[in-house]
Ligand binder design. Structure first.
Ligand SMILES: O=C(O)CCC(=O)C(=O)O
Ligand SMILES: [Fe+2]
Length: 369
């Protein structure tokens, strides 16, 4: 069932598929699940994508190959193999990093959204459960109770009363399910405390350079569809600011299954590209709780998990799902609590074209890239 992304958070389970992906989250997102506004989640894919979990993670099915990238991209360094995680040294120059921060400040950042991806499935499941079980039995029971003491009660009137009761109880169940879903979404929002904004104006230096470098990096994976430029698969860059103590809880950027919500934004998230926009001395590392430490200089020392220290201009690249969209459990990651202020910019590369308002518009891609 659902994932809450920034996109999906791990404590999730199918029985109540109430779970965070973004999600990321996603991602997920102005709880994008409840609004039609642009999501600059994670989500918390959400997608998605920090759930209370009684949940046993599903057994890992064989994850296939990731999408192809330009393996000779300058500065590309693998810090984990299978699943592949790369850092890319000096991916963006200082001027681009500063421009991204400046434009995000000018536009203003708002609380980062967490997408409760899969909420439609949850609502369907919960309503189905209520309708087939308690609502039916309560309706019949209430009709039977009403018939007590009425000598003229017939089977037909019992059936009619049951139907009437069923309709009333179903409406009550629907209201309760809606309230529960809203409560759940509000809870997930606590998992991501940063603020963010999307920058889709490719006439701006930072956004243009970020998208154009990302397009070079992902060029080989779009060569199968020559009509679509690599940037057509991107969500518009999201700039995220973490102030002291702000964080993003462990989550997945892909969704286990949130097909309805994912449709408008290019389907599954196949790659996450994060650029650190400032140097961070303390806190704010990006940690992969299921992967071992690396010997790279950006690794937090004395830590047993892969945990990357933000360095201005460096990028981090990983693949939340394989090239066929199969969710990769091993890529769970988190933005550890900030001590120094931390700024990042993120692009999610989806499985299919991402149309505006989530993606970039074709004219701008043609004109600026
Ligand atoms: O802040 C970080 O280091 C990670 C951000 C992230 O995972 C996301 O935006 O989905
Ligand atoms: Fe993420």
């Amino acid at each position: 069932m659902s994932d809450v992304t920034t996109r999906s958070y791990p404590h999730k389970k199918r029985a109540f598929n109430v779970a965070l992906t973004l999600a990321s989250f996603a991602p997920v997102s102005t709880i994008s699940a409840f609004t039609a506004t642009r999501r600059h989640t994670t989500p918390i894919k959400p997608r998605s994508q920090l759930h209370a979990s009684t949940i046993t993670p599903p057994s890992q099915t064989a994850v296939g190959s990731r999408i192809r990238i330009n393996e000779s991209y300058p500065g590309l360094k693998r810090v984990h193999a299978n699943p592949d995680v790369f850092v890319i040294e000096n991916f963006l120059d200082d001027a681009s990093c500063e421009d991204l921060i400046g434009k995000a400040k000018d536009k203003g950042t708002t609380r980062s959204p967490v997408a409760y991806a899969g909420w439609t499935d949850d609502v369907k499941d919960l309503l189905g459960l209520a309708a087939s079980g308690p609502v039916t039995w309560l309706a019949i029971l209430a009709a039977w109770y009403e018939a007590q003491g009425d000598e003229n009660a017939s089977v037909i009137s019992l059936v009619l009363h049951s139907i009437r009761n069923y309709a009333g109880l179903f409406v009550i169940a629907a209201v309760l399910v809606a309230a529960f879903t809203k409560f759940r979404a509000d809870g997930l929002q606590q998992l991501r405390t940063s603020s963010s904004t999307t920058l889709d104006d490719l006439s701006q230096l930072g956004a243009k350079n970020f998208v154009s470098c990302a397009a070079d990096l992902f060029a080989p994976s779009s060569s199968s569809n020559a009509d679509l430029p690599p940037a057509a698969y991107f969500e518009a860059p999201t700039v995220i600011r973490y102030e002291r103590d702000q964080s993003l809880a462990p989550h997945y950027d892909a969704n286990r299954s949130a097909d309805v919500e994912d449709k408008n934004r290019g389907g599954q998230t196949l790659a996450t590209l994060i650029v650190y926009l400032n140097d961070v001395q303390t806190g704010g590392t990006t940690k992969f709780g299921k992967l071992p430490a690396t010997d790279d200089i950006r690794q937090v020392k004395g830590e047993s998990n892969l945990n990357i220290i933000p360095r201005k201009g460096d990028a981090l690249l990983f693949f939340p799902a394989d090239q066929n969209g199969l969710f990769d459990e091993r890529t769970e990651h988190e933005g550890c609590p900030a001590v120094d202020e931390k700024w990042i910019a993120r692009i999610w590369r989806h499985a299919e074209r991402v149309n505006p308002p989530f993606g970039l518009c074709d004219d701008a891609i043609r004109k600026y890239l």
